[in-house]
Design a protein around this ligand. Structure first.
Ligand code: ZN
Length: 285
């Protein structure tokens, strides 16, 4: 799944491309990806609105929609399109030159005032596109945990979160209601960097360990954003490109290979949460 860095890359690229652009129509090809709106109502709901901003919350791409009123000093957001790409979803901008193979599996297409199209493509259709009012989005976002890269989120708050959990530290890191945007890849990477065994009960971490973990989590997320994310399966950024961070992964996908820190053979296990966990049994304690 695209996690925080991949979603951030998608959102930043889209923002640079479509900020201020008016939506002239919406066409629904596959209604089963839509949430919180009837497929017949989407076109009426978004037509004429301006995309004021594209940003990321957790693993969601959020498009702020505002009235296209040039007399206003700043556009006032009146609704949000919330895209959750999950396994195979991708937001693709099309100026008419997008390769034909990328036009398969389109689910929703927004036509923009300059003639370009913004497609949501999803092979397996496990991702979703939601249309939310501002209060509804505020409520929805309130159910998600803090953003790990938010400067206002302190290591004291993170330590308190960790101390309060009896679950494994890896499972806690990936719980979207406790901390937003972290999935399997970056949980594995951050725990290896911090030298912490992913199966440890969260509450047993010392303040020093949880502070180190947050710092390493932030470092790996920032490094991955810098590299435009990790490529895997169908992930593509808004330009249809793969991310480069895969070359910098220390543990994820490296089970059976040597630990980059101590040379021991990395262990691959599914016992913690049913998902792949890769760790070094020697330098993660
Ligand atoms: Zn090691």
């Amino acid at each position: 799944l695209p996690e925080l860095p991949e979603t951030e890359t998608i959102a930043r690229d889209l923002h640079a491309e479509v900020k201020g652009m008016r939506i002239t129509s919406a066409m629904v090809h596959r209604a089963d990806v839509l949430r919180e709106i009837e497929h017949g109502a989407l076109d009426d709901a978004v037509r004429g609105l301006q995309i004021a901003r594209v940003w990321r919350r957790a693993k969601l791409v959020v498009l702020d929609l505002a009235r296209d009123d040039t007399s206003a000093n700043a556009p006032v957001t009146i609704a949000h399109l919330v895209v959750q790409p999950r396994f195979t979803g991708a937001m693709l901008l099309d100026d008419g030159t997008l390769p034909a193979d990328q036009l398969d599996y389109l689910t929703v297409t927004f036509t923009l005032a300059d003639g370009r199209s913004l497609h949501y493509r999803d092979v397996r259709r496990l991702g979703t596109v939601s249309f939310m009012s501002v209060p509804r989005f505020t409520q929805y976002s309130g159910g998600l945990g803090p953003e790990p890269l938010d400067a206002e989120f302190t290591s004291e708050e993170f330590s308190a979160l960790v101390r309060a959990s009896r679950r494994s530290i890896k499972v806690l890191l990936m719980d979207q209601s406790r901390l937003a945007g972290v999935g399997n890849i970056y949980a594995n990477e951050a725990l290896w960097r911090a030298g912490i065994d992913p199966s440890r009960e969260a509450a047993t971490l010392t303040v020093f360990e949880s502070t180190t973990l947050l710092s390493e989590l932030r470092a790996v997320l920032r490094a991955s954003i810098e590299a435009r994310g990790t490529s895997f399966r169908d992930y593509r950024d808004a330009r249809g490109q793969r991310g480069a961070f895969v070359a910098q992964l220390a543990v994820y996908g490296r089970g059976g290979e040597e630990c980059l820190r101590c040379g021991a053979k990395l262990v691959d296990t599914h016992v913690i949460d049913g998902r792949t966990t890769v760790l070094c049994a020697y330098c993660q304690r």
